[in-house]
Write a protein that binds this ligand. Structure first.
Ligand SMILES: Cc1cc2nc3c(=O)[nH]c(=O)nc-3n(C[C@H](O)[C@H](O)[C@H](O)COP(=O)(O)OP(=O)(O)OC[C@H]3O[C@@H](n4cnc5c(N)ncnc54)[C@H](O)[C@@H]3O)c2cc1C
Length: 496
C-alpha cells in the first residue's frame, strides 16, 4: 500500500517505521520546513520544531517504549544508545534501605531510556529517512482529505490528502491509507466533516497544571550526583522531576496548579532557581559548581487530556484514515507516557493493516479496539489522577490538614477518598523507599508494563503498603526530605 503519514514527529515517524518494515511505501508529510541538523547537540540548539513545541521540555522514555524498540526495531535502540542515550535499569542506585538488591527475572524489562526528546526525535528521523520506500515531504502542510464513497458501506473512503507547500503551491497526494499523526492540535475532526463523515465523539478535561522546565549541562569533569536515575516527587501543591539526558545535559521540570497564582512565579528564572534550591533531591544536581543552565525557563499551560473516537455505534466514521498518537488520545505530560503510547499505537496500526489487508472496514474496527485496549486505561487513569491532584492542591491552598491524623475531630467519620490519599501518602510513598516488592510494582506500572489498576489488584503489595501505613506515627514525616510545605515555598519565592 501507499501510506501517507501526516506529521513527522514521534507518532508519524513511528508509523512510518512500522509501515515501511511491513512492506508499504510511506510518504511522510511534515509542516515544519526543518532539515535534519548534523547531530543531536546541534539539533538541541538550532532545530526549528515549532510544530512540536514540547520538544523543548523534559521527556522520560519508559520501559514499555524501550522494550518495543528492543523487540521490533533493535537497530533504532542501538542508534539511540550510540547517540548517547543511557539505559537506566531497575535495581541501580537503590537507597541503602533497599540493599542488598535481590533481582527478579522481570527486572530485565524494567529499563528506562534517558535522553533528551530532541535526541530521540533526531535519531528516529535519521533512521526512518534512511529506509527504502520512505519519502519525506518537509515544509508541507496537510489542508484536508480527498475521499469517494465506499460502494458497500456508503462511508467516505479516503483516497488522498490535499497539501500546501511552503511556497503556497497546492496539490493532492494519493494514498491507499492516510495516517493522521499531527498531534494534540490535529484538525482531523474538521477534515472528516469536510468529506461528509460524522465528527468523532470527543472528551476533554483540563489537566489543571502549568509545566515549567529548564535544561542544564554538567560542567567538564562533573558527574550526576548520587543516583543518576530519574527523580520524580510529589509534594501535593508541587510536582517536580529531574530527567537525566544525554551529552551531560539534564533537565528539571516543575508542575503546579495553574490556579495557584503565587506559585506561578516559578515560571520566571529567578524564582524557578530559588524553588530548585529548596528541593533537596534537586539541589545537588543544580549546584553552580556541578552544572549550569543552558536554556531559558520554558513554560507550557493549556494542557488537556483529550480522546477522540473514530467508530460510532459500531460503525467507522470513514475508511482508509486512522489517527495515531496524540491525534487520537493525549494526556497530561506529567505522567511521561505520551511517546511510549504513540509508538505502541503506531506499531499496532501497522499490525492491524497487515491483519486486515484489503478490508478497510474491519481495519477501522480493529484499530478502534486496539486503541480502547492500549490507550484508554492510561487516559482514564490520567483523568482520575488529575482530578485527585487538583483536589489535593486546592486543599493545601486552603490550609486543610494534610494527614488523617491531623483531623480537627478524630472521631468524625473518615472520607474514603481522604483515607485513600492517606494510604498513598503515608503508606505507598514511604513503602517505595523501604520495600523492594512495592517499589518494583509501582515502577512496573509507571513504565506501562502492568495495567494502571495492577497495584490495587495485588494483595501482596496492598498488604505491604498497609503495614507501612499502620506504622505511620512511628515514622518521621518525609515531607521535609522532599521539599518545603507550600507556605514555606511561598516565603522562599517572596524572598526572590
Ligand atoms: C510539556 C510536555 C512534556 C511531555 N513530556 C513527556 C515525557 O516525559 N514522556 C513522554 O513520553 N511524552 C511526553 N510528552 C508527550 C509527548 O511529547 C507527545 O505524546 C508526543 O510528542 C506526541 O507525538 P505525536 O507525533 O503524536 O505529536 P507531536 O509530537 O505533537 O507532533 C505532531 C507533528 O505534526 C506536525 N503537523 C501538525 N499539523 C500538521 C499538518 N497540518 N500537516 C503536516 N504536519 C503537521 C507538527 O509539526 C508535528 O511535527 C510531553 C508533552 C508535553 C506537551
Amino acid at each position: 500500500m501507499r501510506a501517507v503519514v501526516l506529521g513527522g514527529s514521534v507518532s508519524g515517524l513511528g508509523a512510518g517505521l512500522a509501515l515501511s518494515r511491513a512492506g508499504h511505501d510511506v510518504v511522510l508529510v511534515e509542516q515544519d520546513a526543518t532539515p535534519l541538523p548534523p547531530d543531536p547537540v546541534e539539533a538541541f540548539f538550532s532545530w526549528d520544531r515549532h510544530g512540536a513545541p514540547q520538544v523543548w521540555h523534559s521527556h522520560a522514555f519508559l520501559a514499555r517504549l524501550r522494550n518495543l524498540l528492543r523487540e521490533r526495531a533493535p537497530d533504532i535502540l542501538e542508534a539511540l544508545l550510540a547517540a548517547g542515550a543511557n539505559e537506566i535499569r531497575f535495581g541501580e542506585n537503590l537507597p541503602p534501605e533497599l540493599q542488598p538488591y535481590e533481582p527478579d527475572p522481570s527486572d530485565e524489562d524494567l529499563v528506562l531510556l534517558a535522553c533528551r526528546r530532541i535526541t530521540f526525535e533526531w535519531v528516529l528521523r535519521k533512521q526512518v529517512l534512511a529506509l527504502p520506500h520512505v519519502a519525506w515531504h518537509g515544509g508541507v502542510s496537510c489542508r484536508g482529505l480527498v475521499a469517494k464513497p465506499d460502494p458497500d458501506s456508503g462511508l467516505p473512503t479516503v483516497t488522498g490528502v490535499r497539501v500546501e507547500t511552503a511556497d503556497g503551491a497546492r496539490k493532492v497526494l494519493d494514498a491507499d491509507v492516510v495516517v493522521d499523526a499531527t498531534g494534540r492540535r490535529s484538525a482531523l475532526p474538521q477534515w472528516l466533516e469536510e468529506i461528509g463523515a460524522q465528527a468523532p465523539e470527543e472528551e476533554r478535561e483540563d489537566c489543571g497544571i502549568f509545566y515549567t522546565s529548564r535544561f542544564y549541562r554538567l560542567r567538564d569533569g562533573e558527574r550526576p550526583p548520587g543516583a543518576a536515575a530519574l527523580v520524580a516527587m510529589d509534594l501535593g501543591y508541587l510536582k517536580y522531576a529531574v530527567f537525566p539526558g544525554d551529552a551531560g545535559i539534564f533537565s528539571v521540570t516543575l508542575a503546579a496548579s495553574k490556579d495557584d497564582a503565587p506559585l506561578r512565579r516559578m515560571m520566571q528564572p529567578e524564582s524557578f532557581e530559588r524553588a530548585l534550591a529548596a528541593l533537596p533531591p534537586v539541589q545537588d544536581w543544580v549546584q553552580p559548581a556541578r552544572s549550569e543552565p543552558i536554556t531559558e525557563v520554558r513554560n507550557i499551560a493549556a494542557l488537556q487530556n483529550r480522546r477522540r473516537r473514530f467508530v460510532r455505534d459500531g460503525r467507522p466514521l470513514a475508511l482508509g484514515v486512522h489517527a495515531v498518537g496524540d491525534a487520537a488520545v493525549c494526556q497530561n505530560p506529567m505522567y511521561g507516557r505520551g511517546c511510549s503510547l504513540c509508538m505502541v499505537h503506531a506499531w499496532s496500526l501497522a499490525d492491524v493493516l497487515d491483519e486486515h489487508a484489503g478490508d478497510p472496514y474491519a481495519a477501522a474496527l480493529a484499530f478502534d479496539a486496539v486503541t480502547r485496549r492500549e490507550l484508554d486505561p492510561w487516559y482514564e487513569a490520567a483523568v482520575m489522577s488529575d482530578r485527585d491532584a487538583r483536589e489535593v492542591a486546592a486543599a493545601q491552598r486552603r490550609g486543610d490538614p494534610s494527614s488523617l491524623d491531623d483531623k480537627p475531630d478524630p472521631s468524625a467519620p473518615v472520607d474514603p477518598r481522604a483515607f485513600m490519599r492517606s494510604v498513598i501518602q503515608e503508606g505507598l510513598f514511604p513503602a517505595m523507599t523501604l520495600d523492594l516488592v512495592v517499589l518494583r510494582a509501582v515502577v512496573r506500572a509507571v513504565n506501562l508494563l502492568d495495567p494502571p489498576q495492577s497495584l490495587m489488584g495485588n494483595p501482596d503489595v496492598i498488604g505491604r503498603v498497609l503495614a507501612v501505613w499502620r506504622d505511620r506515627e512511628k515514622r518521621e514525616r518525609r515531607q521535609q526530605e522532599l521539599g518545603p510545605q507550600r507556605d514555606e515555598m511561598l516565603r522562599i519565592l517572596d524572598a526572590a
